[in-house]
Design a binder for this molecule. Structure first.
Ligand SMILES: [Zn+2]
Length: 314
């Protein structure tokens, strides 16, 4: 009999739950809005109702499901099962998530921060399949990541490892949300790309970005593709920063794969082509041509499959 688990993915805008087998097939699923502003109590109730709903779906043998995996926006205290104070879950301060879930659903639960869970999901079921080590980056509103070494999440001291978005690339660069100047996230996240483009526009240079009004990183990518010089320059710089970050990761860890997900990867070949060239140019001491730099493969299922992988590895 194959192991089947209940996976729960808690995000700032939506809650998702699924029944997942060991092979990564999602047998049942459900999704509801988080409505985080209603506070932890109401959201916890919604999580439990969503989980019960999924467990009760036709074809699900609820009695055969003995484990729950939870991925949640960090920071979390994994050992104590607490949600600490995630920026996108306002008012959630040291919420005893695991205890509440275990009591309500009468099964043991394991908690992991969502970036680590996503890394493990890609490793087990996605772009990392067949490898023994992987570094995962997600580049969207922020830049997060997770490190898998010898098949397991590398948590580091007090679960602090994997914060790839917060390596310093420019000593006196723009101040990052973490407080440090010049982090990768402060240079290459979606909002940072748009900010750098606005700064370039403020010098008075011509660009079609001006007509785009309240533009986003996606507009920068689109106009770069269409040949707008300023947008192309901002995008090239973005790829350079990401390349520096990935090159540092490859030089230190020599992972078998680097997997990149998040909204910014919608740029496709406009990102991956020049990024691979930049990384190859920078890395001298690792067999970098043997390190594939791949787009994430799980798409919107990464939350559920990541949480499932966490439960299955527990
Ligand atoms: Zn930072």
């Amino acid at each position: 009999m194959t192991t089947t688990v209940l996976a729960i993915d808690i995000g700032g805008t939506k809650l998702a739950a699924g029944i997942v087998d060991a092979g990564g097939a999602i047998l049942a699923r459900g999704e509801v809005p988080t409505l985080a502003s209603e506070g932890p109590e109401r959201v916890l109730d919604r999580i439990v109702r969503l989980a019960e709903d999924v467990l009760g779906k036709p074809g699900v043998s609820a009695h055969a499901i003995h484990r729950i995996g939870i991925g949640c926006a960090g920071p979390v205290d994994r050992q104590a099962g607490l949600i600490l104070n995630p920026p996108n879950l306002p008012g959630w301060i040291r919420v005893p998530l695991v205890e509440r879930i275990e009591k309500a659903l009468r099964r043991p639960a394991v908690l992991e921060n969502d970036a680590n869970a996503a890394a493990l999901g890609e490793f087990r079921y996605g772009a990392g399949k067949g490898a023994s080590s992987l570094v995962y980056l997600t580049v969207s509103t922020g830049i997060g990541g997770g490190i898998i070494l010898d098949g397991r999440i590398w948590h580091g001291l007090k679960d602090g490892a994997g914060e790839v978005g917060h390596m310093t690339l420019v000593p006196d660069g723009p101040i990052c949300g973490c407080g440090n100047p010049g982090c990768l996230e402060a240079l290459a996240s979606g909002p940072s790309i748009a900010r750098r483009a606005r700064e370039a526009l403020a010098t008075g240079r011509p660009s079609r970005l001006r007509e785009a009004g309240d533009f986003t990183a996606a507009d920068v990518v689109r106009l770069a593709h269409e040949g707008d010089a300023l947008a192309a320059e901002v995008w090239e710089e973005t790829v350079k920063y990401l390349g520096l970050g990935v090159a540092a990761i490859v030089t230190i860890l020599a992972p078998e794969r680097v997997v990149i997900g998040g909204g910014v990867t919608q740029a496709g070949d406009l990102l991956f082509g020049p990024l691979r060239r930049e990384v190859r140019r920078r890395v001298k001491l690792v067999a970098v041509e043997s390190v594939p730099i791949l787009p994430a493969a799980l798409g919107p299922d990464v939350g559920i499959l990541g949480a499932a992988a966490v439960a299955l590895d527990a």
